[in-house]
Design a protein around this ligand. Structure first.
Ligand SMILES: [Zn+2]
Length: 107
């Protein structure tokens, strides 16, 4: 079982349009796999700062809104689980102090 998480930002109050990026995926038994989005974040600290921005809203793939603290908690708990190094080539996987970021699109 896995769940993808997305951030919406730049939400227009007039027409409702917004920008969206894929934050990553949480799969049972695995570390959270971040999508590398270096314009918005490049490690766990800037990730936490980004998702806590007042203009950023987080949704899962079922359109359920999730609070940033909850997502950070889930990510933290997953850090002791299985690494993606065993399935992903080093070229696609950036390991930033144990947090694993995928440089290509995935879901
Ligand atoms: Zn608009």
């Amino acid at each position: 079982m896995s769940t993808n998480y997305y951030a919406r930002f730049g939400i227009c109050e007039k027409c409702g349009r917004y920008d969206e990026i894929h934050l990553g995926k949480l799969s049972t038994g695995w570390k959270f796999l971040f999508r590398w989005n270096s314009n918005q974040y490049a490690d766990i600290y800037s990730f936490a700062k980004f998702i806590n921005r007042r203009d950023v809203k987080i949704y899962d793939e079922n359109e359920e809104k999730i609070e940033p603290e909850r997502l950070l908690n889930l990510i933290g708990k997953s850090q002791s689980l299985k690494s993606h190094h065993s399935e992903l080539d080093g070229y696609y996987l950036k390991d930033i102090k144990g947090y694993e970021f995928m440089v290509e699109d995935f879901n």
